[in-house]
Design a protein around this ligand. Sequence first.
Ligand SMILES: [Mn+2]
Length: 475
Amino acid sequence: MGTAQQSLSSVPLGEFADRRASLASAVGDGWILTMGSAAPPQDYIPFHQNSPFRYLTGFTEPDAALLLRTEDGQVTWETLFVLPRDPATETWEGYRVGPDHVEEMTGLPGRSIDEMAHVMDSILDADGVERLHVVGAYNPGATVRNDVTQRIDGLLGDRSGVEVVSANSHVNLLRGVKSEAEVELLRRSIEITTEGHRAAARAIQIGRNEFEIQALVEYIFRRNGSERPAFASIVGSGPNSTILHYNANDRFMEDGEMVLIDIGASYGGYAADVTRTYPVNGRFSDAQREIYQLVLDAQLAAEELAAPGVTVGQLNQAANRVLAEGLTELGLIQAPDATFEDEQGRQVPQLRLFYMHGLGHGIGLDVHDPWPSTLEAGTAFTIEPGVYVRPNLFDEVIPDTEANRELMAAIRPAFERYVNIGVRIEDDYVVTEDGVEWLSPAPRTIEAVEALMSESIELDGERRDEWVEWYREMR
Ligand SMILES: [Mn+2]
């Protein structure tokens, strides 16, 4: 019986067993618990398994848990607790694998989740186990406890003597290096995402709304088998291009603006993350070109350096140097190492006025996946420098203090030239034996972007102007 809730993973079962064996070896002796996500409390919200649990089990039904014993670094006992079969509930919520069949699917012996409290009692009380190694988002101190924390606290009850130790660092190390099967899934999600970019670039047009581009991108994702966008799609035009995580996506794109599109499909649970920035009218103005080329040069500096043994700090330095020198030449900062005074009176690099986020992150089951601080073969990650000339730079961002007056006078002409231009270029890579493979080759040079945009396309489906134009009045 096949169903939508079955794991779609093409990762071999043996690989999940290897991951658990590596975890057991790192922990040494003791009991390891990892909780699957709870079913959504509201009706009709899609269920998504949490990544650490999925990484160790491959199991994608709600309300499951894995308990594992390791002795001398070897797994000596493991059980996957799952929802029992219940045809009446399944009529509404879909098929469940059930304890009797879970081993065929996961390689893990199964029991009903209803028996788990009893099993925990016997371990914690009868056997006197005082320490539990936990993998996942267990955070009992949080103001609002998440589903995983509530489920674990429910099992622990009022046993204050049990010490809960996080085993996340061990699993994060494993997740920082991808297997062949994982890289194949990433390739798929990334290719689907770059197809989304190609279509978006052709569909951008003066007077179209950002949400029309979002709709096209997400249609292409799902049509190609992506389960969902891995994060809220960003389509930000004009001033919205300078807002890092803008996702209202309901503004009309105008002549002379840039539109920043940061999107990622999830496929087989693996997240892509690719950003391009396009001129709405299809041709970069001189000012847009200057910022765009600078961001691309910064990205290429980091990309060319990336290889096994290179640290994330070195990648940052390479990109920062290019950006700081380029922004100086454009007149947006006074010198590569110049600073400004922030609200607290601290000296902050002027570079941070225009580039205020990290250079990249790991990708995998999570769009921000764990990654090592030194690259190694199999690390999958992004490089995504940006420059954002926010319209409120002088009114709200730079404090109007004596110390900042000279800076503000010096950069005002450049600010006026570049205001409302936000550019981010983000690509996905996997580290090879001697460098990196570029996994997201959507057009990104100025020439390639303009060539792609000249192939403009009409959009399918009804578009009732009165419904769309309503957004002009709502603004
Ligand atoms: Mn990213």
